[in-house]
Design a protein around this ligand. Structure first.
Ligand SMILES: Cc1cc2nc3c(=O)[nH]c(=O)nc-3n(C[C@H](O)[C@H](O)[C@H](O)COP(=O)(O)O)c2cc1C
Length: 211
Protein backbone atom coordinates (compact mmCIF):
# COMPACT_ATOMS: atom_id res chain seq x y z
CA UNK A 1 0.00 0.00 0.00
CA UNK A 2 1.04 3.54 -0.54
CA UNK A 3 -0.89 6.78 -0.64
CA UNK A 4 -0.49 10.53 -0.92
CA UNK A 5 -2.74 13.20 0.52
CA UNK A 6 -5.90 11.03 0.10
CA UNK A 7 -5.81 8.18 2.65
CA UNK A 8 -7.42 4.93 1.52
CA UNK A 9 -10.80 4.04 3.04
CA UNK A 10 -9.38 0.95 4.74
CA UNK A 11 -7.32 3.26 7.00
CA UNK A 12 -10.00 4.97 9.10
CA UNK A 13 -7.34 6.73 11.21
CA UNK A 14 -4.12 8.37 10.03
CA UNK A 15 -1.26 5.93 10.82
CA UNK A 16 1.35 8.73 10.76
CA UNK A 17 1.74 8.89 14.55
CA UNK A 18 1.87 5.09 14.77
CA UNK A 19 4.75 5.11 12.25
CA UNK A 20 6.70 7.98 13.81
CA UNK A 21 6.81 6.06 17.06
CA UNK A 22 7.69 5.89 19.84
CA UNK A 23 7.89 9.61 20.48
CA UNK A 24 9.17 11.08 23.74
CA UNK A 25 6.58 13.07 25.62
CA UNK A 26 7.50 16.61 26.57
CA UNK A 27 5.44 17.41 29.64
CA UNK A 28 5.57 21.16 29.30
CA UNK A 29 5.17 23.54 32.25
CA UNK A 30 4.60 27.24 31.62
CA UNK A 31 3.19 30.34 33.32
CA UNK A 32 0.55 32.51 31.71
CA UNK A 33 0.57 36.33 31.81
CA UNK A 34 -1.19 36.26 35.20
CA UNK A 35 1.34 33.77 36.60
CA UNK A 36 -1.04 30.78 36.59
CA UNK A 37 0.91 27.52 36.04
CA UNK A 38 -0.02 25.48 32.97
CA UNK A 39 0.95 21.87 32.28
CA UNK A 40 0.35 19.79 29.15
CA UNK A 41 1.93 16.84 27.29
CA UNK A 42 3.40 17.26 23.81
CA UNK A 43 4.64 14.24 21.86
CA UNK A 44 5.65 16.34 18.89
CA UNK A 45 8.62 16.97 21.13
CA UNK A 46 12.29 16.14 20.96
CA UNK A 47 15.83 17.11 21.78
CA UNK A 48 17.29 18.83 18.73
CA UNK A 49 20.90 19.36 19.79
CA UNK A 50 23.29 19.05 22.70
CA UNK A 51 25.94 21.41 24.07
CA UNK A 52 23.98 23.70 24.37
CA UNK A 53 21.14 21.24 24.97
CA UNK A 54 18.14 22.25 22.87
CA UNK A 55 14.56 20.95 22.80
CA UNK A 56 11.47 21.71 20.73
CA UNK A 57 7.76 21.06 20.85
CA UNK A 58 5.03 21.60 18.27
CA UNK A 59 1.54 22.86 19.02
CA UNK A 60 -1.32 21.93 16.69
CA UNK A 61 -3.10 25.25 16.88
CA UNK A 62 -2.06 28.06 19.23
CA UNK A 63 -2.38 26.23 22.54
CA UNK A 64 -1.62 27.68 25.98
CA UNK A 65 1.82 26.04 26.20
CA UNK A 66 2.85 27.69 22.93
CA UNK A 67 1.61 31.20 23.73
CA UNK A 68 2.94 31.01 27.32
CA UNK A 69 6.39 29.76 26.25
CA UNK A 70 6.52 32.42 23.53
CA UNK A 71 5.32 35.32 25.70
CA UNK A 72 7.07 34.45 28.99
CA UNK A 73 10.26 33.31 27.23
CA UNK A 74 10.59 30.06 29.18
CA UNK A 75 9.14 26.63 29.87
CA UNK A 76 9.92 23.47 31.81
CA UNK A 77 10.10 19.88 30.64
CA UNK A 78 9.31 16.92 32.90
CA UNK A 79 9.87 13.27 32.08
CA UNK A 80 6.65 11.22 32.11
CA UNK A 81 6.80 7.77 33.72
CA UNK A 82 4.19 5.01 33.91
CA UNK A 83 3.42 6.06 37.50
CA UNK A 84 2.72 9.59 36.29
CA UNK A 85 0.72 8.60 33.20
CA UNK A 86 -2.69 9.18 34.78
CA UNK A 87 -1.71 12.69 35.90
CA UNK A 88 -0.18 13.35 32.47
CA UNK A 89 -3.46 12.36 30.84
CA UNK A 90 -5.46 14.66 33.15
CA UNK A 91 -3.13 17.52 32.21
CA UNK A 92 -3.97 16.99 28.52
CA UNK A 93 -7.53 18.18 29.10
CA UNK A 94 -8.59 21.33 27.30
CA UNK A 95 -9.24 23.58 30.31
CA UNK A 96 -9.35 27.33 30.90
CA UNK A 97 -6.00 29.06 31.34
CA UNK A 98 -7.27 30.21 34.74
CA UNK A 99 -6.90 26.63 35.98
CA UNK A 100 -3.62 25.45 37.48
CA UNK A 101 -3.15 22.06 35.79
CA UNK A 102 -0.57 20.96 38.38
CA UNK A 103 -3.34 21.24 41.01
CA UNK A 104 -5.91 19.72 38.65
CA UNK A 105 -3.69 16.65 38.16
CA UNK A 106 -2.78 16.43 41.88
CA UNK A 107 0.89 17.19 41.23
CA UNK A 108 3.36 19.01 43.44
CA UNK A 109 5.20 21.85 41.68
CA UNK A 110 8.97 21.48 41.55
CA UNK A 111 10.79 24.73 42.26
CA UNK A 112 12.92 25.93 39.35
CA UNK A 113 16.34 27.55 39.80
CA UNK A 114 16.69 29.86 36.78
CA UNK A 115 13.19 30.21 35.36
CA UNK A 116 9.78 30.82 36.93
CA UNK A 117 7.72 28.03 35.35
CA UNK A 118 7.43 25.02 37.67
CA UNK A 119 8.10 21.41 36.71
CA UNK A 120 6.62 18.16 38.02
CA UNK A 121 8.33 17.51 41.37
CA UNK A 122 7.65 13.74 41.20
CA UNK A 123 9.34 13.32 37.83
CA UNK A 124 12.76 11.56 37.77
CA UNK A 125 14.18 14.32 35.54
CA UNK A 126 13.21 17.82 34.51
CA UNK A 127 14.69 20.60 32.40
CA UNK A 128 14.42 24.36 32.72
CA UNK A 129 14.33 25.92 29.26
CA UNK A 130 14.64 29.44 27.88
CA UNK A 131 12.66 30.00 24.68
CA UNK A 132 14.95 30.90 21.79
CA UNK A 133 12.52 30.63 18.89
CA UNK A 134 8.75 30.59 18.36
CA UNK A 135 7.37 30.38 14.85
CA UNK A 136 4.55 29.14 12.64
CA UNK A 137 5.08 26.26 10.22
CA UNK A 138 4.55 26.57 6.47
CA UNK A 139 3.49 23.78 4.12
CA UNK A 140 5.40 22.89 0.96
CA UNK A 141 3.71 25.75 -0.94
CA UNK A 142 4.95 28.26 1.60
CA UNK A 143 1.45 28.71 3.03
CA UNK A 144 1.29 29.21 6.81
CA UNK A 145 -0.45 26.30 8.55
CA UNK A 146 -2.03 26.04 12.00
CA UNK A 147 1.05 24.52 13.65
CA UNK A 148 3.46 26.35 15.91
CA UNK A 149 6.97 25.48 17.07
CA UNK A 150 8.81 26.40 20.24
CA UNK A 151 12.55 25.87 20.50
CA UNK A 152 14.21 26.17 23.90
CA UNK A 153 17.70 26.06 25.35
CA UNK A 154 18.15 24.02 28.52
CA UNK A 155 19.57 26.15 31.34
CA UNK A 156 19.08 23.79 34.29
CA UNK A 157 18.82 20.00 34.49
CA UNK A 158 17.21 18.30 37.49
CA UNK A 159 17.80 14.59 38.15
CA UNK A 160 16.57 12.70 41.19
CA UNK A 161 19.59 11.09 42.87
CA UNK A 162 17.93 7.66 42.97
CA UNK A 163 18.10 7.51 39.17
CA UNK A 164 21.83 8.23 39.04
CA UNK A 165 24.10 5.15 38.93
CA UNK A 166 27.87 5.60 38.67
CA UNK A 167 27.48 8.86 36.81
CA UNK A 168 24.83 7.60 34.37
CA UNK A 169 21.15 8.52 34.24
CA UNK A 170 19.43 5.13 34.51
CA UNK A 171 16.69 5.58 31.93
CA UNK A 172 15.35 2.06 32.37
CA UNK A 173 15.01 2.62 36.12
CA UNK A 174 13.01 5.79 35.45
CA UNK A 175 10.89 3.87 32.92
CA UNK A 176 9.67 6.78 30.82
CA UNK A 177 6.60 6.26 28.69
CA UNK A 178 6.46 7.27 25.05
CA UNK A 179 3.64 7.96 22.65
CA UNK A 180 2.74 5.81 19.70
CA UNK A 181 -0.32 6.20 17.46
CA UNK A 182 -4.03 6.28 18.25
CA UNK A 183 -4.29 6.06 22.09
CA UNK A 184 -1.27 3.78 22.45
CA UNK A 185 1.82 4.21 24.60
CA UNK A 186 4.95 2.18 25.26
CA UNK A 187 7.35 2.03 28.22
CA UNK A 188 11.13 2.07 28.16
CA UNK A 189 12.02 -0.98 30.25
CA UNK A 190 15.13 -2.35 28.58
CA UNK A 191 18.20 -1.04 26.78
CA UNK A 192 21.05 -2.38 24.70
CA UNK A 193 24.22 -0.75 23.44
CA UNK A 194 25.99 -0.70 20.12
CA UNK A 195 29.58 0.53 19.95
CA UNK A 196 30.30 2.75 16.96
CA UNK A 197 32.97 1.87 14.40
CA UNK A 198 35.08 4.84 15.51
CA UNK A 199 34.85 4.14 19.24
CA UNK A 200 38.37 3.70 20.72
CA UNK A 201 37.29 0.74 22.86
CA UNK A 202 34.31 -1.56 22.62
CA UNK A 203 32.12 -0.21 25.39
CA UNK A 204 29.59 -2.27 27.29
CA UNK A 205 26.13 -1.31 28.40
CA UNK A 206 26.10 2.24 29.69
CA UNK A 207 22.66 1.98 31.27
CA UNK A 208 23.32 0.08 34.50
CA UNK A 209 19.80 -1.36 34.35
CA UNK A 210 20.14 -2.61 30.79
CA UNK A 211 18.98 -6.17 30.24
C1 LIG B 1 0.48 12.01 25.17
C2 LIG B 1 -0.07 13.25 24.53
C3 LIG B 1 0.71 13.93 23.60
C4 LIG B 1 0.21 15.09 22.99
N1 LIG B 1 1.00 15.74 22.07
C5 LIG B 1 0.56 16.89 21.50
C6 LIG B 1 1.38 17.57 20.57
O1 LIG B 1 2.50 17.17 20.24
N2 LIG B 1 0.89 18.74 20.04
C7 LIG B 1 -0.33 19.23 20.38
O2 LIG B 1 -0.72 20.28 19.87
N3 LIG B 1 -1.13 18.60 21.28
C8 LIG B 1 -0.70 17.44 21.85
N4 LIG B 1 -1.49 16.80 22.78
C9 LIG B 1 -2.74 17.42 23.20
C10 LIG B 1 -2.48 18.52 24.23
O3 LIG B 1 -1.83 18.00 25.38
C11 LIG B 1 -3.83 19.14 24.65
O4 LIG B 1 -4.42 19.77 23.53
C12 LIG B 1 -3.71 20.11 25.81
O5 LIG B 1 -5.00 20.53 26.20
C13 LIG B 1 -2.89 21.34 25.45
O6 LIG B 1 -2.80 22.13 26.62
P1 LIG B 1 -2.38 23.64 26.65
O7 LIG B 1 -3.40 24.42 25.84
O8 LIG B 1 -2.43 23.94 28.11
O9 LIG B 1 -1.00 23.74 26.06
C14 LIG B 1 -1.07 15.61 23.35
C15 LIG B 1 -1.84 14.90 24.30
C16 LIG B 1 -1.35 13.74 24.87
C17 LIG B 1 -2.20 13.00 25.88
Amino acid sequence: MHYGSKRPDELPFNPFKAIIAPRPIGWIGTLNAKGVPNLAPYSFFNGVGSGPDMVMFASEGKKHSYTNARDSGEFSFSLVTAELSHAMNISSGNVSEEINEFELAGLEEGRPVEIQAPFVAASPAALECVTVDAFQLKDRHGVLIDKFIIVGEVVQTHIKDEFLRDGFFATTAAQPIARMGYRDYTSVTNAWSLARPDDPVQSGFSDPNAL
